[in-house]
Design a protein around this ligand. Structure first.
Ligand SMILES: [Zn+2]
Length: 234
């Protein structure tokens, strides 16, 4: 009799242990599921936050030039308008033409005639915009194509060449005001900061635009003027 009771007690005990074990497994599974759910929610929140912070780059094809720009696009050619797509604009590079007293049209035509080059010793140069001595702006290359002006930043910047009356490279006020206005417009269209407007000098160390390399304080003033012009656009 005592032996049967012992066996029953052992069976009961085994049964209890089994139930406890099942209960523990259930608890662990619930905890695991909770952890996985929490991780999924956290990942979703993170992805949402990243998407909110990271602005989609502006497609240059969707940006038009301002009304005061004369569009005079170069003929497609390997030396000044290779038609390489410019997919994203991350900055604006300012240059001076280094050829005193030449006009915007003359500089544009210089880029244009590069298409006639033959032989091995060829020059490849161009610019999206040229600003003349009277502040006139000529567009030579569409903003969704690469221009040959800023070396390793050709692939992600818009270039602006500026005309000047003498060797100092200082721009006339008319040229300066057009430059400020165009840079402000482009900053606003491409979601750029005034600091994204750089000198050719900042890319390669070339003395270009000369006056703003020789007078860095004037370059600071220029950034301030672009900042003000952006605010005026809003
Ligand atoms: Zn330059």
């Amino acid at each position: 009799m005592g032996r049967e009771e012992d066996e029953r007690r052992v069976r009961r005990e085994l049964h209890r242990m089994k139930r406890r074990k099942q209960e523990r497994i259930r608890q662990l599974l619930t905890l695991g599921l909770l952890c996985i759910s929490a991780l999924i929610v956290a990942a979703a929140v993170l992805v949402l936050a990243i998407n909110l912070i990271r602005r989609e780059p502006v497609d240059p094809k969707t940006v038009s030039v301002p009304d005061n720009v004369t569009i005079s696009l170069l003929t497609p050619n390997p030396y000044s308008r290779p038609q390489t797509p410019l997919e994203e604009v991350k900055g604006i590079v300012v240059h001076y033409v280094a050829n005193p007293c030449t006009t915007a049209k003359e500089n544009r035509n210089y880029f244009e005639q590069l298409k006639n080059q033959t032989g091995e010793d060829t020059t490849s140069v161009s610019s999206h915009f040229v600003i003349g001595l009277e502040g006139e702006i000529v567009q030579c290359v569409p903003m969704y194509e690469v221009a040959y002006a800023s070396n390793n930043r050709n692939s992600d910047t818009i270039s602006i060449e500026c005309c000047h009356p003498d060797e100092s490279g200082k721009f006339y006020d008319s040229t300066y005001q057009s430059l400020v206005g165009l840079c402000a417009y482009l900053c606003s269209e491409f979601d750029l900061n005034p600091e994204d407007v750089i000198r050719h000098y900042d890319v390669t160390g070339k003395i270009c635009p000369k006056y703003f390399v020789d007078h860095p304080e004037e370059w600071e003033t220029f950034h301030e003027d672009v900042k003000k012009a952006i605010r005026a656009l809003d």
